[in-house]
Design a protein around this ligand. Structure first.
Ligand SMILES: [Zn+2]
Length: 162
């Protein structure tokens, strides 16, 4: 079921578990996209260079660690923003705002995605420090697949109106 092509591998797999720590995302500078600590509000790289310090804002990007099962093994992969949006269905900023109102949103999103089947293309990290295979593309295999945020809005919407 797997096809190797250079350092890329395409396989069919199911999501077994999603690590929902940090609300699935991390903060970055909105200009250079370097990651920022939660306590800093400005990027020191951009603020140093800009004529008006404080002009750089922050935003969030998805970074999701998940366990996936192929037909032969279970292993951990990491999804970055572009791929994660396919699974979640909105931007990391939107998701973060949603999870401020609904503190268990990230855990619930993980539960919603558990068991879904995908065709994923994985790439071996070029940088020796990266420990996990990286997901470079993801295609849902179930025709009725819906991004997690749709199910979450429904779930929490029902709870709010009842
Ligand atoms: Zn910056």
């Amino acid at each position: 079921m797997t096809a190797m092509e250079g350092d890329r591998e395409s396989l069919m797999c199911a999501i077994v578990a999603v690590d929902h720590a940090n609300n699935l995302c991390y903060r970055v500078c909105s200009v250079c996209e370097r990651s920022l600590a939660d306590t800093t509000s400005h990027c020191k790289f951009c603020d140093h260079n800009a004529c008006n310090p404080g002009s750089s804002g922050t935003k969030r990007l998805f970074r999701i660690l998940m366990s996936i099962a192929s037909d032969t093994k279970v292993f951990v992969v990491v999804c970055f923003d572009r791929v994660a949006r396919v699974l979640i269905g909105c931007s990391a900023d939107e998701f973060f705002d949603f999870s401020k109102l609904h503190p268990f949103a990230a855990a619930t999103a993980g539960n919603v995605l558990q068991g879904e089947m995908f065709r994923m293309t994985l790439s071996r990290p070029k940088n020796g420090n990266a420990q996990h295979l990286r997901v470079v593309s993801v295609v849902p295999l179930r025709s009725g697949f819906r991004p997690a945020i749709l199910s979450l809005r429904e779930l929490y919407g029902v709870r709010v109106s009842s």
